[in-house]
Design a protein. Structure first.
Length: 215
């Protein structure tokens, strides 16, 4: 039996703090990820998905972008076709500057006019990407409304999206010290989950209200 402490010299201070912080969020998560004890992830948020090896050739295409540096930057592509949402991970990498992100967008997104919904907490980064010609908007970051929006759809996740798949399988609601299930998710390994929520919830708002004008 081993824990992160046996490998601590290879881990970043940020990741160590994230692991140790789980004790204040969810005891089950802390036992599994920090203490390395057997456990079953409970209260999983999303069950409305399948892993597939296909990808649609047409549909409404848009993206979700979660910024990071010590944590990974995550870009998720969403294609809505025949009322089904297809998802795949395009970027999942730590240490990315905005120049790196723009270069990765150049390699990943075929048309700059396609909408990107990004972490609204990073307005300067959003503006720099907009200056590079991308149709990028600050996302609606409402967690509960965003989760509800994602739950309304049937999701097909491409099998090559290994980080996205790992995240969605473990994405769970928090519990308090008495075991009561709370409404908000555990903040751990959720970068693709944030990007997915930004994309679907913000795009639905765009279509319904025109709040996010598409350039």
């Amino acid at each position: 039996h081993s824990t992160y402490r046996d490998n601590i010299r290879f881990l970043s201070p940020e990741y160590i703090a994230e692991l140790e912080g789980l004790i204040h969020q969810d005891q089950n998560y802390y036992r599994i990820y920090a203490l390395g004890e057997p456990g079953v992830l409970e209260n999983v948020i999303y069950r409305n998905y399948e892993i597939v090896n296909s990808w649609p050739s047409c549909g409404d295409v848009y993206y979700g972008l979660d910024f990071g540096f010590n944590n990974p930057t995550a870009l998720v592509e969403v294609v809505e076709h025949d009322s089904i949402i297809y998802i795949r991970e395009l970027i999942y990498r730590s240490g990315m500057t905005n120049a790196d992100v723009i270069q990765a967008l150049n390699e990943s997104i075929p048309k700059k006019t396609l909408p990107i919904y990004a972490d609204a907490a990073e307005p300067a980064r959003i503006q720099e990407i907009r200056n590079a010609g991308y149709n990028i908007h600050p996302a609606d970051k409402s967690v509960l409304d965003g989760i509800d929006a994602v739950k309304r759809h049937r999701l097909f996740i491409h099998q090559d999206s290994q980080n996205l798949i790992a995240e969605i399988r473990g994405y769970s609601y928090r519990t308090d010290k008495d075991g009561r299930v709370l409404e908000d998710p555990v903040k751990f390994r959720d970068h693709c989950m944030d990007a997915l929520r930004y994309a679907i919830h913000s795009h639905m708002k765009s279509l319904n209200s025109g709040e996010f004008a598409i350039a």
